[in-house]
Design a protein around this ligand. Structure first.
Ligand code: SF4
Ligand code: FES
Length: 287
């Protein structure tokens, strides 16, 4: 029985001697999960199947809803349905007070990062057919819950702000002349530019949960500028001072949880390690 997501890259691993890149490993894992998922045996045969969602509920402003609990929703399953589709159906059909964030529905806006069956994932990027059923849906761990599946992202945004996630005036020459970047340098920073600020990596990191660590997303953002050849040297120096400070890169214990959950497959742990090396080089003194 075929699954509902086409297998597009069967030739990818023809070279068995080569070490698969992290992204290829993750894609292979996803394929494997699909093939062994009980739903993949039946999905597509009938539109009448029902998927059970167990959804975290909490509302501090409503009497009787202040005690966290799980509600069950039974949603008709259709081929290609995502977790976000199922949540929208549940809200529109059964309970209009069910609260969660979403916008683009195509893994671009980063607003629907959730804790789905025990892992941080985007609701709109996660196929129900790839999951064990019933599907358990919770807010991102290590964040304060505002209501139901909505968490307070304030701390995450503060950490991103701490690394000044933008080019600075010093980088923009008079008259706004075009600044070219060579192809190799673009390739080097390409993955780091893909961040959609979803917060999944921060939520997965138990060092960040302690509250005094910049976290993988902010450090990746610093990497994106430090490694960009167009950035002014003095600005790079300031950034390095931020990331090598007490709450910076040295707190990372290379657990790889951030890299595992990032929906854009950014090699976060590798970027953090590379910035550790830059920080060491930055402090070498020769007499
Ligand atoms: S680095 Fe990945 S997981 Fe972290 S905020 Fe950006 S897109 Fe989300
Ligand atoms: S709704 Fe925008 S990333 Fe999922």
């Amino acid at each position: 029985m075929s699954t509902n997501v086409p297998d597009t890259d069967t030739e990818t691993h023809a070279d068995t001697d080569a070490q698969p890149a992290p992204q290829q490993r993750r894609l292979a894992k996803k394929r494997e999960r699909r093939e062994h998922s009980p739903q993949s045996e039946t999905s597509g045969d009938t539109d009448q199947e029902t998927v059970e969602l167990k959804v975290f509920r909490y509302d501090p402003e409503v009497e009787g809803k202040r005690e966290p609990r799980f509600d069950d929703f039974h949603v008709p399953f259709t081929k290609g349905m995502t977790v976000l589709d199922a949540l929208i159906y549940a809200r529109d059909t059964f309970d209009s007070s069910l609260t969660f964030r979403h916008s683009c529905r195509q893994a671009i806006c980063g607003s629907d990062a959730l804790f789905i069956n025990g892992a941080q994932r985007l609701g709109c990027q996660t196929q129900l057919s790839d999951l064990e059923w019933p599907v358990r849906i919770e807010p991102l761990p290590h964040q304060e819950v505002v209501k139901d599946l909505v968490v307070d992202m304030e701390h995450f945004y503060e950490q991103m702000d701490a690394v000044d996630p933008f080019f600075k005036d010093e980088d923009v020459p008079d008259g706004l002349e075009e600044q070219r970047q060579d192809r190799e340098n673009r390739e080097k920073i390409k993955m780091s530019t893909r961040c959609i600020w979803c917060g999944a990596c921060m939520s997965s990191c138990n060092i960040a949960a302690g509250g005094n660590y910049l976290g993988p997303a902010a450090i990746n953002k610093a990497y994106r500028f430090v490694m960009d050849e167009r950035e002014d040297g003095d600005v790079t120096q300031e950034r390095l001072e931020t990331i090598e400070a007490e709450e910076g890169v040295w707190r990372c214990q290379t657990q790889f949880s951030c890299t595992e959950v990032c929906p854009k497959d950014i090699p976060l742990t590798e970027h953090i390690q590379e910035l550790k090396r830059e920080a060491v080089k930055n402090n070498l003194k020769f007499w």
